[in-house]
Ligand binder design. Sequence first.
Ligand code: AQP
Length: 333
Amino acid sequence: MSKKIFSGVQPTGNLHLGNYLGAIKNFVELNDNNENECIFCVVDLHAITVKQNPRELKDNIRETVATFIASGIDPKKSIIFNQSKVKAHSEAAWILSCTARTGWLNRMTQFKEKAGKDKEKASVGLYSYPVLMAADILLYDSTHVPVGDDQKQHLELCRDIAQKFNNDFNVDNFFIVPEPLIQKEFSRIMSLKDGTKKMSKSELSDLSRINLTDDADLIINKIKKAKTDPLPMPSNLEELEKRPEAKNLIGIHSSLTGINLEKLINEFSGKNFSDFKENLSQVLVDKILPISKEIKKLLNDKTFLDKILTDGYEKADKAASKKIKKIHEIVGF
Ligand code: AQP
């Protein structure tokens, strides 16, 4: 069955291994299947839910496009555009915020994590972010949404919004209720400094993540410094479950090489972490370095990157304008 794929990445700088393994790697596979229609959005409206430097934001938008292309997404096959250009996203977000219930939003754990203790000072945008995400997805009749595990709850909210809108206005199947596409294993890559926290762009310490623009020396150094526990490498899956840092590092290896966990555990069982880390560094350098080099090359050609966004905008805007027109009719505008 052909799928309509939609997903977004925030242009907040430092795209990292978590973004790659949790989302972008999956985008590339979906883009390679000719039966799929794919839309990959640089979600700049989401980015400003926390303070951004306007000049850096502009550069980060281009860098996100460069990362898509360097990772293997073909702009001739997939639509790539930035969200703020297609006005229907903001408009649909407002309309859907009148469908979404505050009780639903109050349960969103990402808001609680990102707002932290000082919730009162968080932006309204950060709170209503999942409604904008629902608008992004629903505008394109998307059937499948590839995301990392951290976005699962937002996608469930999107499904609830679609169903409630269809029911409230008695328009069966007007909004397609989308399915999440989340990797079965290691869908959440954790920080290199704390195996219980997700790897994140906004984490202050650069040592907590492998950026997709890191060079070989940086990658090797970050893996060398990655937190581990004092025990030797685990010898079975049960033990791995109880050791978050070991689980994360072995999981990263497995996701990149396709070697299953048991095989990796058997190979390194009882050895020092330094042996495993050396091996993992090589795997990472082999995978990340070509992407990193390509990103840097593409960033020298701003005209090329801007053209991808303009072409993508024209296609996305056409589809989204049609849908928002129908939404107007349904709600009675
Ligand atoms: N650590 C992760 N493991 C697996 N998947 C991840 N994703 C993000 N972090 C991980 C997935 O990457 C896609 C794009 O994410 P995003 O940039 O839109 O926002 P995010 O989830 O908020 O990512 P960050 O790195 O934590 O950014 P900041 O720090 O700016 O908030 C999504 O599909 C996401 O699931």
